[in-house]
Ligand binder design. Structure first.
Ligand code: IPE
Length: 261
């Protein structure tokens, strides 16, 4: 049976979160090289990539006070978030291509509407493409909810949506971050090697943003693990850790072992 890895490239990896519209080309190159090693070089792990908004989408969503709750936000804000995400996506896939990967962008509005998967067959298509050497890439975005309502959809939630639809075929879900994993508390920076319950971490945040920062990542991670899929949080600034996880090896990071509730 063929299985696919779901990989989230966090906004803190693909951008510098402390500076507006600052793309981190170096980090994207590093992680792309790691993905290339496991995607094509030996045996080949099919993968679907999701990226976040970092200082592109999040920058504008904060500026225009836009949230994950559907509401009638500023049309200028909606447009700016959307354009910044398309721009960020182009930069990421451009580097992936240069590094020898074969990305194929699918915008989330082509399979998600009003917060739900409306076109399950499009999600199945992502899987099918990943079986043929392409790497489907999708991303957090501003989404139409109906009438004049819009909402911010995080890439973390897309990871759960994909995992739910493709559950029989997902081998692993990997969230790359700019920290080593989930910390028990931010002051002591004690890394949790294995996270069992949400209460394992104090859930203090490494920096909140409009779609909920670390808390949301852990929540989505729990949701995916409850489907029986192992979920890893690793520092994407150390590409060798990404390689380790995708090859099924232990590494520095936090794992939530998949278990069907
Ligand atoms: C955010 O996606 C998308 C927008 C703000 C449009 P994420 O919530 O997944 O982004 P990061 O990874 O936390 O930056």
């Amino acid at each position: 049976m063929c299985v696919v890895a779901l990989i989230k490239l966090g906004g803190s990896i693909v951008t510098f979160k402390d500076r507006p519209l600052a793309f981190n080309a170096h980090a994207v190159e590093g992680v792309s090289r790691a993905l290339k090693q496991v995607a094509y070089d030996d045996g080949g792990v099919p993968m679907i990539v999701v990226h976040g908004g970092g200082s592109f989408g999040h920058y504008y969503s904060v500026l225009y006070d836009m949230h994950s709750r559907p509401a009638g936000y500023s049309v200028e804000g909606i447009s700016r978030v959307r354009c910044s995400m398309v721009d960020l996506n182009n930069r990421i896939t451009g580097i992936m291509l240069e590094q020898g990967l074969r990305p194929y962008t699918i915008h989330p509005s082509s399979f998600i509407s009003a917060g739900k998967v409306t076109m399950g067959s499009r999600v199945d298509e992502l899987y099918s493409m990943s079986m043929h050497g392409l790497i489907p890439v999708t991303h957090g975005d501003v989404m139409h909810y109906g009438d004049s309502l819009y909402y911010i959809l995080s890439g973390d939630e897309i990871m759960s949506i994909l995992a739910e639809r493709l559950v029989q075929n997902v081998s692993i879900a990997l969230f790359t971050l700019a920290v080593d994993g989930v910390y028990r508390d931010m002051k002591g920076r004690e890394l949790i090697k294995e996270l069992r319950y949400a209460s394992d971490a104090s859930m203090e945040d490494v920096g909140m943003d409009v779609t909920g920062g670390m808390r949301r990542k852990v929540r989505e991670g729990m949701r995916i693990a409850s489907l029986g899929i192992d979920v890893w949080f690793v520092n994407g600034l150390y590409p060798e850790r990404v390689v380790d996880v995708l090859r099924g090896r232990d590494t520095i990071g936090t794992v939530i072992r998949g278990s069907k509730g």
